[in-house]
Design a protein around this ligand. Structure first.
Ligand code: TXA
Ligand code: MG
Length: 351
């Protein structure tokens, strides 16, 4: 299959045509990758079970790992669920459009294929003009996981989508680089107490302020190797994994830099090329190794935005091993560490 790639330019006539072309593909049951504020999504018609099956196949994703349904207006919630709680509307009011996904009870219109057989559905209203125009023009809702091959880092640029899915999907809407760079926060609103299933740009503190109470999925920071099964099926898979084995080094900033330097030197002595993923503050500390700087420790949003691209870049540079500096688990830093630890298969050295 040839994949059409179209770039959004800011010219409303040109962009309108691209969006119409994408919507026509969705109406025919096809797949379109599109930009959102978090990462690129791989969209299909959320009410078409066959389109969902095609999404799983294109990604190589296990079909028990449900998709997020993207809507264009908060009022669309009633089309997906028969009882939407006040608390869900409070979240929508506070955080939508934006990087927050809510899990609610689904109605019978939502195909089981989309929800991996669960009786709940994940819903999100993205804060991206192209995404919302595309959903509206499609005349349906858009079921979309991140637009990467299963197991690879989520795509934060159209080129990443092309790398993974070219030839496997109908179209890519190139909306340029992504703002946030980490997938949406997921909160399960189906129980007595809301549960954080995946941390993201909307932080636990922000959710607690809006909801009054919030508990954490016990598997959040342990992942696959932990004993508890994550409630979001997708969180149980090895994720974001670069080809090289990765280790996170955590502790005082100077001690971390020093430890990474010594590890890299000993790898070099054994003929192994190391990748070093560090902050602006630490980057000049190293003589050897392939260094990628994620941004300043004073700007955790910048670090979040560059993380997935850096993991892909190490694959391209063909390093044998990667060492990553850990970041404070506060605010968005909590989500950064969640993704880093997953990419590292939970391997951490504390100094
Ligand atoms: O920012 C995002 O959320 C991006 C953009 C494209 O919107 N999407 C995204 O989708 O990250 P995906 O499929 O890569 O991750 C969705 C996560 C998976 O871990 C999945 O298991 C979980 O959401 N999920 C989906 N439906 C669920 C449900 N009903 N109950 C629990 N977890 C669910
Ligand atoms: Mg994903």
């Amino acid at each position: 299959m040839d994949t059409i790639i179209e770039k959004i330019t800011g010219d409303s006539v040109h962009d309108g045509k691209i969006i119409q072309k994408a919507a026509d593909i969705i109406k025919k049951g096809g797949l379109v990758a599109f930009p959102t504020e978090t990462v690129y999504g791989l969209g299909g018609d959320a009410f078409d079970a066959d389109a969902a099956a095609r999404i799983y196949a294109a990604k190589g994703r296990p079909s028990d790992n449900p998709l997020i349904v993207h809507i264009a207006e908060t009022s669309d919630l009633t089309e997906l669920s028969d009882n939407v709680s006040e608390a869900v509307y409070a979240l929508a009011e506070r955080f939508w459009p934006g990087p927050l996904t809510v899990i609610i009870k689904k109605n019978c219109r939502v195909p089981d294929t989309v929800t991996g057989g669960l009786d709940t559905v994940a819903v999100r209203l993205p804060d991206n003009m192209t995404a919302r125009a595309f959903i509206k023009a499609s005349g349906t809702f858009i079921a979309a996981p991140s637009a990467n091959l299963s197991g690879r880092p989520s795509p934060t640029a159209a080129e990443h989508v092309e790398e993974d899915l070219s030839g496997r999907i109908d179209m890519i809407i190139d909306g340029g680089d992504i703002d946030i760079g980490l997938e949406s926060t997921i909160v399960d609103m189906t129980g007595e107490v809301p549960v954080l299933l995946r941390p993201g740009f909307v932080t636990a503190e922000m959710l607690r302020a809006a909801l009054g109470e919030l508990s954490f999925d016990p598997a959040l920071m342990s992942g696959v190797s932990g004993e508890v099964r994550p409630k979001a099926p997708g969180m149980k898979y090895r994720h974001y994994a670069p080809k090289a084995e990765m280790t996170v080094v955590e502790g005082d900033r100077d001690a971390v830099a020093d430890k990474i330097k010594r590890l890299v030197e000993s790898d070099a002595a054994r003929g192994r090329k190391a990748g070093i993923m560090v902050s602006e503050e630490n980057k000049d500390f190293f003589g050897e190794g392939e260094i990628i700087c994620l941004g300043s420790r004073t700007n955790p949003e910048e670090i979040a935005r560059h993380l997935f691209g850096a993991l892909r870049e190490f694959d391209e540079r063909g390093v044998d091993i990667i060492y990553a500096e850990a970041f404070p688990r506060e605010g968005i830093g909590y989500a950064v560490m969640n993704r880093l630890l997953k990419a590292a298969g939970q391997r951490v050295i504390k100094v």
